[in-house]
Design a protein around this ligand. Sequence first.
Ligand SMILES: Cc1ncc(COP(=O)(O)O)c(C=O)c1O
Length: 399
Amino acid sequence: MRFVSAGASSVGAVASSGISHKLEAMTDSHDHTSVPAEDDIDRYDPQARQWLAGAIRAVKSDANRSSDTHLLHVPLPSDWGIDLYLKDESSHPTGSLKHRLARSLFLHALCNGWIRPGRPVVEASSGSTAVSEAYFAQLIGVPFIAVMARSTSAQKISLIEFYGGTCHFVDNANEVYEVAADLAAESGGHYMDQFTYAERATDWRGNNNIAESIFDQMSSETHPEPSWIIATAGTGGTSATLARYVRYTGRATGICVADPDNSAFFAGWRDHDPAATTDQGSRIEGIGRQRVEASFIASSIDRMMHVPDAAAIASIQLLETLMGRRAGASTGTGLWAAFRIVSQMKAAGQTGSLVSLICDPGERYLDKYYSAQWLTEAAIDTTGYRERLDEFMTTGVLK
Ligand SMILES: Cc1ncc(COP(=O)(O)O)c(C=O)c1O
């Protein structure tokens, strides 16, 4: 006969992300060095398993109903012989590349037994992940709490609330991790912890991950194997998936991470120093962290480029002129790096292709990167970078 245990210790296990055995060992006065003969502890919970099956089905059905995101061709002069593509991750149901991550994190946490019915999922986020996680929490019927910096864009906050989530603000962005962990512990919920788990929750070998999708979509292009794929890093999960996939499938493609001002990733990678930090937060929402996050797999990255915030914003201004689309500034960070590589390839007489990402839509940042007043207050002047980009579009040289 099965003994079903649904006591407080299992709730504690959820809050502590799978360290239940250690906790029980610490609080239990039994002698754990000896196990009585034929001892048999059965924690199988048929109700929990039934709920889990429904939750997994709901998350998988969302993927089943979704189509692939587009790979857009950026109109550069054709005589350059260099094709630049943008994987449009803003077309996911929740509007950003974080839709993929949130789906993977939910499946990973559900299958690990970390998410329980009625217990909140708590996340530390700069906004985009929280929007997508709020959507999946609503889909499986659990509460969701986002812990974010007070400076998070108003559009993202209202989207989280639209999907039934609650926002908890902190003044200092560095506090998000600890506050999220505390809130999860207090509420008996689960701290999703994207910064730790992003790299391992996603199946980097395939399963229609972002890398596999890019290579499928590139297969009929003039240069099907990109010389470079340019990503940006928030958790580092996207770049880790791309980098592992190209190695696993034997491709020659290099993975470049473009990093904004005030981010620790660049120095951490350059100096092989996982303890690198910065004393100011990034102004580019979604990317650039003050510490090198655990999901950033530095050894898998081939190249890093520091991109000034003003250059990133100038690049999304050019994107609008070129393609009639608005994107967030993380997209601009990758785009500036891509333009620089195009210019270098052209100078070296190389032809080929490059892929970067549209991470989320510009409509989320109308009061930020698309606001003249915000730019002035932030002392960000894009004029010089715009001039350099205009020259690039006519000469192919980005100085
Ligand atoms: C808008 C945006 N762009 C890019 C990224 C970077 O993605 P990753 O977390 O996979 O490094 C994020 C992550 O939060 C993001 O929100």
